[in-house]
Write a protein that binds this ligand. Structure first.
Ligand code: B4P
Length: 186
């Protein structure tokens, strides 16, 4: 059973939704950089204040900031003797992917599978508009999709070349998508 996974996919593909269920069921550390950044914004920390305006515009928060968050969580988990994790929404560009590789080499760990959630733009837009988070208005969503295409989509090839990528149809009911993902993990 695979225990070290990444979820990749456009905004609104359901990474967070699927990751939460899967991580709970398999006792994996669920590390969502989006959730962690929103928690910092809510707490009004210095980090949150830096991230808030960037997220509201639908752009990516600085690599250094996101990496510091990921590093501290993965190091803490390794110190506590755990090793199963699900990274959701990270890495989001090549610099983050390369930094992750260096961090995992330090920890003596490896990614076992990268799950790409695939969905049409029209469905993504509908899902996000009906959620209505602060960064879920149409102009910002379109910009997030552009940022995804320019900065995150190159990771598809990056992980394909490493032989780690598996695509999943992310349309339909949550349970059906979960079953498709589970079938890839065992
Ligand atoms: P994230 O929090 O990662 O969010 P997301 O990509 O918008 O959504 P996700 O794919 O997780 O969809 P979800 O399950 O929520 O990013 C937000 C922002 O944080 C970024 O724009 C960026 O600024 C910043 N950020 C995060 N990580 C970063 C990083 N590594 N580097 C730099 N910046 C970073 O689902 C969406 C909606 O669809 C929900 O309402 C859900 O209920 C619904 N849904 C899910 N599955 C469904 C289904 N099967 N059918 C119908 N609806 C469904």
């Amino acid at each position: 059973m695979k225990q070290r996974l990444l979820f990749l996919g456009p905004p609104g593909a359901g990474k967070g939704t699927q990751a939460e269920q899967l991580a709970k069921g398999r006792q994996l550390l669920h590390l969502s950089t989006g959730d962690l950044l929103r928690a910092e914004v809510k707490a009004g920390s210095a980090l949150g204040q830096q991230a808030e305006a960037v997220m509201a515009r639908g752009e990516l928060v600085s690599d250094a900031l996101v990496l510091a968050i990921v590093r501290s969580r993965l190091e803490r988990q390794a110190e506590e003797g755990g090793s199963g994790w699900l990274l959701d929404g990270f890495p989001r560009n090549l610099a983050q992917a390369e930094a992750l590789e260096r961090l995992l080499a330090e920890l003596g760990q490896q990614i076992e599978i990268v799950v790409l959630l695939e969905l049409d733009d029209s469905v993504l837009l509908q899902r996000l508009l009906s959620r209505g988070r602060a960064d879920d208005n149409e102009a910002v969503i379109r910009h997030r999709l552009e940022v995804y295409r320019e900065q995150t989509a190159p990771l598809i090839r990056y992980y394909q070349e490493k032989g780690l990528l598996e695509g999943v149809d992310a349309s339909g009911p949550v349970e059906a998508i979960a079953a498709r993902i589970t079938a890839l993990l065992d």
